[in-house]
Structure formats: structure tokens, C-alpha cells
Design a protein around this ligand. Structure first.
Ligand SMILES: Cc1ncc(COP(=O)(O)O)c(C=O)c1O
Length: 353
């Protein structure tokens, strides 16, 4: 029986579908191979312990929990704060609302109400106006608010820190929990120049994905109070997410924090090069000035056909909607490659498809 190849046999010029596509570097692989390990369900994996401690420090929280994915870390973070039948408020573009397969409702009985925004950027007063507090038996109570920074479907946009701080302080005063989906918090922090801990401290729980711009093959950390992390560890096991010699993977995460965190702003430069090259050929498709981090949204009259033609020419993009394409820059592509990919996309856009 002949086997279908797992990946396209055509050489690809640049794959910009996501920053999750990176392959571990030689240094990262060596760190993984030499990691001391133990059984993490017994709490005996020293490398997992080291990663959790490092992540907690970086994120300004007491403790952290190493999880397989950002989706699992969000699922646990929101579960900590929202009882079955309670609600979490979030942006209508939020990953938890659009791309976690309804897990929060399906598995934990959470209901969700969403606000709308300009490209995922929250306005504190809009969120505060939606809170449902002390509504007796008439309305679902708001138990938590979730913020995403950067906003993926907003186009890698960065939240205004003062706006988030104001919202956070008011929610704390009202006793409403705050969860930060920081899948790409490293990108937000690089863009604002603020330490990760400044973000972490104004939320009850915060996530940070190691497998996106940071280049690890797998893993997200959830950080919060020590007590909450004990509870989350139990729920993670209940969901089948307890793992054993996970230190092999935690070593990749530690390596990523040490080597790839400091260079993440390079991806923002590459994204801007891509956008500039598209806009030079097709100015209406993208405003390079709107590119804030490593994500570029491109307008295309026929997104699917455009993506197919770009792929034929060696550039891979994601299709986010009938008229929207997304390019995400990452460790495995250079700014020059991104500029060249942008030129290709711009040329395809100028041709009638
Ligand atoms: C903002 C955001 N949150 C969470 C996730 C989920 O991460 P994972 O794919 O590891 O489940 C993603 C994935 O792209 C994301 O973009």
C-alpha cells in the first residue's frame, strides 16, 4: 500500500500559516535529551518543577502548572473561577469563544457572553457595562472576565495596558475574577517594553504558550496562586492531562524562555517587512501601520483562491474568513524571506483570480 506523504513534497518558500509551525532547534533538542526527568504525576520531575518555578517568577505569580496546550491552560484557568452555570465575559474574537471547540461549555458548564471591539482591543467601560452582579434568579452571574493579549483574531493587536489595568482594578473591587489568555503575551510584552510580570500581577490567572513565538514543540504554562495551581493540577489529571516524564518537554520550554524570549521582537520586524511588501503592490490589502506584532491580516476578495495561488508560488497563509488571510511570522523564517513572501502575495492579489 502506498503511503500519502504527510507534508507537501513541493519545496515551500515560506510557511506563514502560524507561529506554531517551528521545529525545535539543535540547542533545544540537546537540552531535551539531557533533561533530568521523573514522574510528574508523582510531582517528581525536576525539569517540570524548574520550568513551573521559572514561569511563575516571570509571570509575577506564586506558582505555575505546565500543560500540554494553550487550550487546556485556558480551560483550567476559567474553570478555577467560573462555576457551572456561571458566565465568563470575553471579546467575540477571543480564542476561548471561537477556537476551543466549545470546551468551556461542553466540559465545565460555563456560559459565555461576548463584547465587540475594534480588532480585539478592549475598552474597559464596554466590559464593565456588561457585568451581571447580584441578579437574583433572573440573570446568569458574571464570575470572570477573560482578556487576550495579543489578540490573535484581532491581528496580533496589543492591549492598551492602562485600559487593562483600569478594568482589572475595578473587577478586583467587585470580586470578579480575571483570566489572561497570554498565548502570545511575550509578543505583547516585547511591543510595550513592559515585563511579563507586570501583566501577570494584574490577573488572577495567566497563560503563556511556549509553542508559539517561543518555538518549543509543545506546552503552555498556567500561572496563579499556589492554591489555585493545586486545584488546577487535580482538574488537569481528571481531564486526562496528567503526564509522566514531561521534563523532556519542559526542557524545551526552559530553553525557549532563555533563548527565544529575548529575540521575539525580531518577528515583529519580519511581519512589518511582509506587510510593507504586500502594500507596495496592493495598498488596499493591508495597512502596514496597523501591524503591531507578528500577525498580519490581509484583505483578499477571494481568500481561499488567493491562498491556493500563493501556495502554488511557495507561500503558505491561513484563511481566516472569505475575505481574510493571515500571515504569522516566527523563528523559522527570516525578515528577508518574509519580505519576499509579501511580494509574492502582493503580486497574486493584483492578478484577477
Ligand atoms: C490566543 C490563543 N489562545 C490560545 C490558543 C490555544 O493554544 P493551543 O493551540 O496550544 O491549544 C491559541 C492558539 O493559537 C491562541 O492563539
Amino acid at each position: 500500500m502506498s503511503e500519502r506523504p504527510l507534508v507537501s513534497e513541493r519545496p515551500l518558500l515560506v510557511d506563514l500559516r502560524s507561529d506554531t509551525l517551528t521545529k525545535p532547534s539543535q540547542g533545544m533538542l540537546e537540552a531535551m535529551m539531557s533533561a533530568p526527568v521523573g514522574d510528574d504525576v508523582y510531582g517528581e520531575d525536576p525539569t517540570v518543577g524548574a520550568l513551573e518555578q521559572r514561569a511563575a517568577e516571570l509571570l509575577g505569580q506564586e506558582a505555575a502548572l505546565f500543560c500540554t496546550t494553550g487550550s487546556l491552560a485556558n480551560l483550567l484557568g476559567i474553570w478555577l473561577h467560573v462555576p457551572p452555570g456561571g458566565e465568563v465575559l470575553c471579546d467575540s474574537l477571543a480564542h476561548i469563544a471561537r477556537a476551543e471547540m466549545g470546551a468551556h461549555g461542553a466540559l465545565h458548564g460555563v456560559t459565555m457572553r461576548t463584547w465587540t471591539s475594534d480588532r480585539g482591543k478592549l475598552v474597559a467601560d464596554d466590559v464593565l457595562a456588561m457585568l451581571a452582579i447580584d441578579c437574583g434568579p433572573y440573570l446568569v452571574e458574571t464570575a470572570a472576565v477573560e482578556v487576550e493579549d495579543t489578540s490573535n483574531f484581532g491581528g496580533g493587536t496589543v492591549q492598551n495596558f492602562d485600559e487593562v489595568s483600569r478594568l482589572s482594578a475595578e473587577l478586583a473591587r467587585l470580586g470578579i475574577a480575571r483570566h489572561l489568555d497570554g498565548a502570545r503575551l511575550a509578543n505583547a510584552a516585547a511591543a510595550t517594553g513592559r515585563p511579563l510580570a507586570e501583566y501577570g500581577r494584574i490577573f488572577d490567572t495567566v497563560t503563556l504558550c511556549l509553542s508559539k513565538g517561543l518555538g518549543a514543540p509543545i506546552g503552555t504554562v498556567l500561572a496563579g496562586t499556589a492554591g489555585d495551581m493545586v486545584r488546577a493540577r487535580v482538574q488537569r489529571k481528571r481531564l486526562g492531562g496528567g503526564w509522566r516524564q514531561a521534563g523532556i518537554l519542559a526542557a524545551a520550554g526552559l530553553w525557549a524562555l532563555e533563548h527565544n524570549l529575548p529575540r521575539i521582537a525580531e518577528d515583529h520586524v519580519a511581519a512589518r517587512s511582509f506587510a510593507d511588501a504586500v502594500a507596495e503592490r496592493m495598498p488596499s490589502a493591508v495597512d502596514p501601520g496597523s501591524v503591531e506584532t507578528n500577525v498580519v491580516l490581509v484583505d483578499a476578495a477571494h481568500a481561499r483562491d488567493t491562498a491556493a495561488e500563493c501556495e502554488r508560488r511557495g507561500v503558505r497563509l491561513s484563511v481566516l474568513g472569505p475575505r481574510t488571510l493571515r500571515a504569522v511570522t516566527h523563528l523559522d523564517v527570516t525578515a528577508e524571506e518574509c519580505a519576499s513572501a509579501g511580494a509574492t502575495v502582493g503580486e497574486v492579489l493584483t492578478q484577477a483570480l
